[in-house]
Design a protein around this ligand. Structure first.
Ligand code: EPZ
Length: 425
């Protein structure tokens, strides 16, 4: 397993370019199953999760070409299987996004029930309940979700999510696009990735209105066709690099980003003393205020409020801020695993239920640490950049799932970080 070796203490300086959003590319790739025509997606990040998603499409019978590293050309004309197997789903929960399109286009879908993961049990009960509202029958057979549409296909309905669910909203939007009649989704997730998926679906001929707001209207159509679409920039990668500049006391320019997609993050970081200037709608300039970082409390909430995917990175930053900050995690039940690793590096953090209290500022010392999930890994890299001495981060396969070229990108702005590839045993 690869490791990262980070030698801290170097302020970052220079320019970094942001890649495509992993959490938009995943549903957009799944949406290619909704048509027999070719769909071309640009700016797809070259990360493990997207390689897995492409392999799933090929497993189902689609042709998935990459004429360029970050361009995917998918033709789901000859779909022979309607099942996302366990060995794929267990490595990537986002495979459940195949459910909606398979059910809508072929009337059937079988997806291994995803297990929980490090950050929580992460059920998909709300996805399944929504499919039943659209007329599907859903059963659990030997660990697989088996869904069948009624004769004549899915029927538009009113879907009222009792909890905001990002992939649940995406799954229903895709399924309803080919249902007979109109679907209204209430308490829908409002993330920019939802809007990006709706943009793609509408380019394919869907009739979706309200994506990005809590109420989405989908008028079902007979069939969807070809489209070409560019994935939006990754707002979490953007937030991660803003923190990288701030935690090292550096000064960087972040290009190809969408500041309007992470307003709550920018606002909170400014409150904490990070000077963030929008040079233009796709470029940020970041440095730390002269009097340094100040503790600021935060609670994670669905978009447009502070995203849970930035909580771990923010916690690392708060260890370097003057004062005590209270971080509340309201989305996932077990998303503080990075805290124990930060404590090993010298941070002073008290955890009580879904609340972490960070006592800053503490000097961090490099140490061997263990990554547990994608964003926790990023948090440990950030802490290593600020720490005295060497930090060896193990199990970095987690970070490879969602950050393209994070080592070369950080090295390009002066970080002393290298990937150690363990010789195959
Ligand atoms: C998406 O996961 C993202 N993944 C996650 O990003 C992100 O953390 C999460 O949304 C929240 O923003 C992708 O988009 C591929 P949810 P998702 O359904 O859709 C509960 C990353 O780091 N819930 O919005 O799986 C659930 O347990 C990843 O890139 C149910 O109870 O999250 C959680 O507590 C991590 N039943 C809450 O809702 C359901 O049927 C929000 O989950 C569905 C969800």
């Amino acid at each position: 397993m690869d490791k990262f070796l980070v030698r801290g203490g170097k302020p970052l300086h220079g320019k970094i370019e942001i890649g495509g959003a992993k959490n938009s590319a995943l549903p957009c790739l799944a949406a290619t199953l909704l048509t027999s025509e070719t769909v071309i997606l640009h700016n797809v990040p070259y990360v493990k999760d997207l390689i897995t998603q492409r392999r799933l499409l090929e497993d189902l019978g689609a042709t998935a070409l990459t004429p360029e590293l970050r361009t995917h050309k998918v033709t789901a004309r000859h779909i022979e299987r309607f099942e996302a197997p366990y060995e794929l789903v267990k490595t990537m929960r986002a495979s459940v996004l195949a459910l909606g399109p398979l059910l809508a286009r072929f009337g059937q879908a079988k997806v291994s029930l995803p297990g929980g993961c490090a950050i929580g049990t992460r059920p998909i009960d709300l996805h399944l309940k929504a499919f039943e509202e659209l007329g599907a029958t859903v059963s659990l057979e030997a660990g697989n979700v088996v869904a069948r549409a009624p004769e004549g296909g899915l029927v538009g309905a009113e879907v009222d999510f009792e909890k905001v669910t990002v992939t649940g909203t995406e799954n229903v939007m895709m399924a309803a696009s080919l249902a007979r009649g109109k679907t209204i989704v209430r308490n829908a997730a409002c993330e920019p990735e939802i809007e990006d998926l709706a943009d793609l679906l509408n380019k394919m001929g869907a009739r979706i209105r309200g994506a990005g707001t809590p109420t989405i209207e989908i008028a079902g159509v007979e069939h969807l066709g070809s489209a070409e679409h560019t994935i939006i920039p990754d707002r979490i990668e953007t937030g991660t690099f803003i923190v990288a500049a701030a935690i090292t006391g550096g000064e960087i320019e972040i290009k190809n980003c969408r500041p309007d997609h992470l307003s709550a993050v920018i606002e909170k970081l400014r409150e904490a003393g990070v000077v963030i200037e929008e040079l233009n709608p796709s470029t940020l300039h970041v440095k730390v205020a002269s009097d340094g970082l100040a503790a600021a409390d935060v609670t994670t909430e669905p978009h447009p409020l502070f995203p849970t995917d930035m909580q771990a990175q923010y916690m690392a930053l708060m260890t370097q801020a003057r004062g005590t900050s209270v971080i509340k995690e309201t989305i996932f039940e077990n998303r503080f695993m990075h805290a124990s690793e930060l404590i090993r590096m010298g941070a002073k953090i008290d955890i009580s239920g879904n609340t972490a209290t960070v006592h800053g500022r503490t000097r961090l010392s490099g140490a061997p640490v263990l990554a547990s999930d994608l964003r926790a890994s990023a948090s440990l890299v950030l802490a290593g950049l600020a720490a005295d001495g060497e930090t060896m981060i193990d199990r970095v396969y987690h970070i490879d799932r969602g950050y393209e070229s994070i080592v070369p990108k950080l090295r390009s702005v002066g970080a002393d970080i290298q990937r150690i590839t363990e010789a195959a045993a």
